[in-house]
Design a protein around this ligand. Structure first.
Ligand code: GRF
Length: 204
């Protein structure tokens, strides 16, 4: 069974979806790392008996050393892949190079819309409502050097209704994320994803 590390910064509902749907089955979550102390995601890891660590950027001289520490931990726990499940930092090039095509992110919109720098959390759903689009969704993709720009693994949409608030959209998208992320991670762990340029082929 492949080992994965999950990086979080908050409540960790996507982490919970991974724990409930694939942990101990298609993958072993070997380590959870948070860049913020006292977030509920860490409690979720503890309750599931998964090792966890907090790595705060303030404890390091610079961003490179902060990310190098996370890479070191992931390697110590022999992680084959890394899942960004609400991790609110953009990775350094060195980090990405340490896990080529082995880092997966979930973005709460239909990439290439409403993505890139500045589009995170509620900013995304506010922009969706303000623009007046009729559908939005969630995208699971491999991480490369371009923010939210890596090859897309899975993507599905949900409707945006006329009277939706950004919070309504967030809830609808989050429910989709909880289904999509475990599915994509399972495919990765079963070696069923083949990356050819920008396209990801899913093997039967
Ligand atoms: C999710 O919407 C995810 O797409 C985004 O951050 C949010 C994290 O939520 N990157 P949670 O911590 O998994 O509940």
């Amino acid at each position: 069974m492949k080992k994965i590390g999950v990086l979080i910064s908050g409540g960790g509902t996507n982490l919970q979806a991974l724990i409930d749907n694939i942990h101990g089955d298609t993958a072993e979550i070997a380590l959870v790392v948070s860049n913020k102390a006292d977030v509920y995601g860490l409690t979720r890891a503890e309750q599931a008996g998964i090792p966890s660590a907090t790595v705060s950027e303030q404890a390091f001289k610079n961003e490179k050393l902060f990310f190098a520490k996370i890479v070191e931990l992931l390697q110590d726990y022999q992680c084959d892949g890394v899942i960004l499940a609400g991790f609110m930092r953009i990775l350094t090039e060195e980090f990405i190079d340490s896990f080529p095509n082995r880092i997966i992110n979930i973005h709460p919109a239909l990439i290439p819309s409403f993505c890139g720098e500045g589009y995170y959390g509620m900013h995304v759903h506010r922009a969706v409502v303000d623009y007046g689009v009729k559908v939005t969704g969630a995208t699971v993709h491999f991480v490369n050097a371009v923010c939210d720009g890596g090859p897309i693994i899975l993507q599905e949409c949900v409707s945006v209704k006329d009277d939706d608030t950004p919070e309504d959209v967030q809830q609808r998208v989050l429910a989709l994320e909880h289904r999509l992320l475990p599915k994509a991670v399972a495919l990765f762990c079963q070696d069923r994803l083949v990356v050819e340029g920008r396209r990801v082929q899913i093997l039967p």
